[in-house]
Design a binder for this molecule. Structure first.
Ligand SMILES: C[S@@+](CC[C@H](N)C(=O)[O-])C[C@H]1O[C@@H](n2cnc3c(N)ncnc32)[C@H](O)[C@@H]1O
Length: 246
C-alpha cells in the first residue's frame, strides 16, 4: 500500500503546487517549538502524508492519526506500519463533526492538519479548533495547511489564485498524474479496499461543499478557542499554513 500513499502524494501535488514546502515549514516549526520527542495529532490524516513525514523526521515522535474515510485509513494503516512499525502510530476512525472524537485521542503536544478542514462548516471548524485547544498542553502548537480561498472582496487575488491552480493541474494531468477520482479508482482495484467503497460512500453522503472560511475567520476562531498566539507561517497565493500556540 506504500505505492498508494506515494500516488496520493503525487495526486495532491496536482492541486497544491508547493505542498512539500508546506510540510517542510510545518516540520520546522514543530521541531523548533517541541524538540524531537512529542506526540502529534494528525487531523483528517487521509492515507498518512503528515504522519509519514513526522515519523521519518523525528524518530522519537509518536502520531495519533484520525480520519473518517475507511479506504484512506486502511491505506494509512498499511503504509505507516510498513515503514515505521506499529509502536509509534495510533489510527482513530472518527468523524470530526461529531462531538466526542477527542475522547479517542487523548492529550497531545501538537495538532497538524492539511487540505482537510475546508470540508467542515464554519461552525464545525470553530468547534474542532476549540476541541484541539483542549487537547493541547500549554505551549502546544496547531498548524493547519489549506487553501483559504479569496472571496468576492478580493477579485484579483481570487482570479490569480484560480488561474495558478488551473495551470498546476493541467501540467500535472498532462504528465500522467492521477486525479482525485482516478486515485480512488486505482485503490478500488485492491480487493481489501474495494470492499470498503460502499461504506465510504455511505459515510460521506450529503456533505456539500462548505461556505468560504477565509484566513480572518480561522484566526478569529483560533483566538476564540483560547490560543494565545495566532498567525501564519507560510503563504503562496491563497494557500496558507495557519499557526496557533496554546
Ligand atoms: C484531501 S484529504 C487530505 C488528507 C491528508 N491530510 C493530506 O494532506 O494528504 C481530506 C481528508 O479529510 C478527511 N475528512 C473530511 N471530513 C472529515 C470528517 N468529518 N472527519 C474526519 N475526516 C474527515 C477525508 O476523509 C480526507 O482524508
Amino acid at each position: 500500500m506504500r505505492d498508494l500513499l506515494d500516488a496520493w502524494d503525487r495526486q495532491q501535488e496536482a492541486y497544491i503546487a508547493y505542498r512539500e514546502q508546506r510540510f517542510e515549514v510545518m516540520l520546522e516549526v514543530l521541531g523548533t517549538v517541541h524538540g524531537d520527542e512529542f506526540t502529534v495529532l494528525d487531523l483528517a490524516c487521509g492515507p498518512g502524508a503528515i504522519s509519514d513525514r513526522v515519523l521519518s523526521a523525528f524518530p522519537k515522535a509518536r502520531v495519533i492519526a484520525i480520519d473518517f474515510d475507511p479506504i484512506l485509513l486502511t491505506v494509512a494503516r498499511h503504509a505507516l506500519t510498513e515503514r515505521h512499525g506499529t509502536d509509534r502510530v495510533t489510527l482513530v476512525d472518527a468523524d470530526l463533526t461529531v462531538p466526542g472524537w477527542e475522547t479517542r485521542t487523548g492529550g497531545v503536544d501538537a495538532v497538524l492538519s492539511s487540505t482537510a478542514l475546508h470540508w467542515l462548516s464554519p461552525t464545525e471548524l470553530s468547534a474542532v479548533y476549540t476541541t484541539a485547544a483542549g487537547l493541547l498542553k500549554p505551549g502546544g502548537v496547531l498548524l493547519n495547511a489549506d487553501h483559504l480561498r479569496f472571496g468576492p472582496a478580493d477579485p484579483t487575488l481570487a482570479d490569480v489564485s484560480a488561474r495558478h491552480d488551473a495551470r498546476t493541474q493541467a501540467a500535472a494531468f498532462a504528465a500522467g498524474t492521477l486525479d482525485y477520482q482516478q486515485w480512488y479508482d486505482e485503490a478500488a482495484r485492491r480487493p481489501e479496499l474495494a470492499a470498503l467503497t460502499g461504506e465510504r460512500e455511505r459515510r460521506f453522503a450529503n456533505r456539500p461543499p462548505q461556505p468560504l472560511a477565509p484566513l480572518a475567520f480561522h484566526l478569529a476562531a483560533l483566538d476564540a478557542a483560547g490560543f494565545t498566539e495566532t498567525g501564519t507561517v507560510w503563504q503562496y497565493l491563497d494557500d496558507y499554513v495557519v499557526f496557533a500556540r496554546r
